[in-house]
Design a protein around this ligand. Structure first.
Ligand code: ADP
Ligand code: MG
Length: 398
């Protein structure tokens, strides 16, 4: 990785302004899942142990530039304090006199959490004035929020203009090296598995994957556009309106000698809730009045052969509507197969990660990305603005 990390800088007695992803679920004033908070602990602990005065900031939900009482960071501060076993000061604003006074009062080893960055309209606009005010709070900038690195916001990009150093935290570093190694020197065969519902959003990634992979397996809602392009009846299944693009991608894979693996059988249902008729049919026999909601057992076997042989694997998007028990089998079986394969396995995407967790197989994967949209954009080969804004190793060390 060519970005400087917290290990490359002297943080002792410095106010370190760190962007984290504390966008956690909150119910009745309590954090219900602290995974994201815990994910930032290695960097937080490192900085505190090395004498930093730590100022943390994050967005929480989508308050759209105004104060929303239900989206204040107080429950997050309480949770972090509980985990760290020490007080966490909390500012009731992101920038301003109170935030500044609390930041200046910090002693080495102490922590302050700023208010929700998205209470300020300047955050998502990457506004220079707001960025400047954020920068005034710290002396060094650290970004450990990979999940928002694909957004050019004040707390991820603008702020770096006004501070001398912008470094990656450990979580960010892990993401960059895990995903970066897939792009740079993946061991062959490299198998990608794509699925999920955001078909139009995800089709772009296939362009890049077809340069890197020997096999691309497609399940979930994505598969039906491809089956339709092959002339199949797909009933009421999800369909990408841009069929020309789907056909172009099929041609592209063919010309690059990439195996494009599609389901051979599917679970079809009257509705997505699993309350109506359910059947398993071959893809040649899909009824016009039903929709495809999972890959079938034969497809699992076919996909499984490629997965078992893979040396590198990237998976984004569940194979079916895994939230419903009756439609979860394909996704769970693929998760098992990925867990058993011997090479490097990287899982990206919010729902895909949830599916792997649901299968209880998270610790069998090489890397589970914390960024949904960010990991996809990274794998498309795009430069993420939040990463581009960090200092390169050479630039600082020269
Ligand atoms: P990720 O969050 O991993 O990137 P997506 O958000 O694209 O994945 O898709 C996840 C959603 O796709 C899940 O809620 C799942 O129920 C849905 N899904 C998967 N297969 C189908 C299908 N055949 N038809 C409709 N929805 C599907
Ligand atoms: Mg999703």
């Amino acid at each position: 990785m060519n970005k400087i990390t917290v290990k490359d800088i002297d943080v002792n007695d410095k106010r370190v302004l760190m962007r984290v992803d504390f966008n956690v679920p909150i119910k009745e004033g309590k954090v219900t899942d602290d995974t994201r908070i815990r994910a930032a602990l290695p960097t937080i602990n490192y900085l505190l142990e090395h004498g930093a005065k730590l100022i943390l900031m994050s967005h929480l939900g989508r308050p759209k530039g105004v104060v929303d009482e239900a989206k204040r960071m107080d429950p997050v501060a309480a949770k972090l304090s509980e985990i760290l076993g020490k007080p966490v000061a909390k500012a009731n604003e992101t920038v301003g006199e109170e935030a500044k006074a609390k930041a200046m009062a910090l002693k080495p080893g102490e922590v302050l959490l700023l208010e929700n960055t998205r209470f300020n309209p300047g955050e998502t606009k990457n506004d220079p004035e707001f960025s400047k005010k954020l920068a005034e709070l710290g002396e060094i900038y650290v970004n450990d929020a990979f999940g928002t690195a694909h957004r050019a916001h004040a707390s991820t990009v603008g702020v770096t203009q006004y501070l001398p150093v912008a470094a990656a935290g450990f979580l960010m570093g892990q993401e960059l090296s895990a995903l970066g190694s897939l792009l740079a020197h993946p061991e062959k065969p490299f198998v990608a598995i794509l699925g999920g519902a955001k078909v139009s959003d995800k089709i772009g990634i296939i362009d890049k994957l077809s340069e890197l992979c020997q096999v691309i397996l497609i399940g979930g809602g994505m598969a039906f556009s491809f089956l339709k392009a092959q002339g199949m009846e797909i009933g009421k299944s999800l369909l990408d309106p841009d069929m020309d693009n789907v056909k172009r991608i099929m041609e592209l894979c063919k010309s690059r000698n990439v195996v494009l693996g599609l389901p051979v059988d599917v679970v079809v249902a009257e509705n997505i809730e699993g309350t109506g008729r359910i059947d398993t049919v071959s893809v040649e026999n899909m009824p016009a009045d039903l929709m495809g909601v999972d890959i079938g057992p034969e497809s699992v076997k076919e996909f499984g052969k490629y997965i078992a042989d893979a040396k590198t694997l990237f998976w984004n998007g569940p194979m079916g509507v895994f939230e419903v028990e009756a439609f979860a089998k394909g996704t769970m079986a693929v998760a098992e197969a990925v867990a058993e394969m011997k090479g490097v396995s990287v899982i990206g995407g919010g729902d895909s990660v949830a599916a792997v967790k649901k299968a209880g197989l998270s610790d069998k994967m090489t890397h589970i990305s914390t960024g949904g949209g960010a990991s996809l954009e990274f794998m498309e080969g795009k430069e993420l603005p939040g990463i581009a804004a960090l200092n390169d190793k050479t630039a600082v060390n020269a």
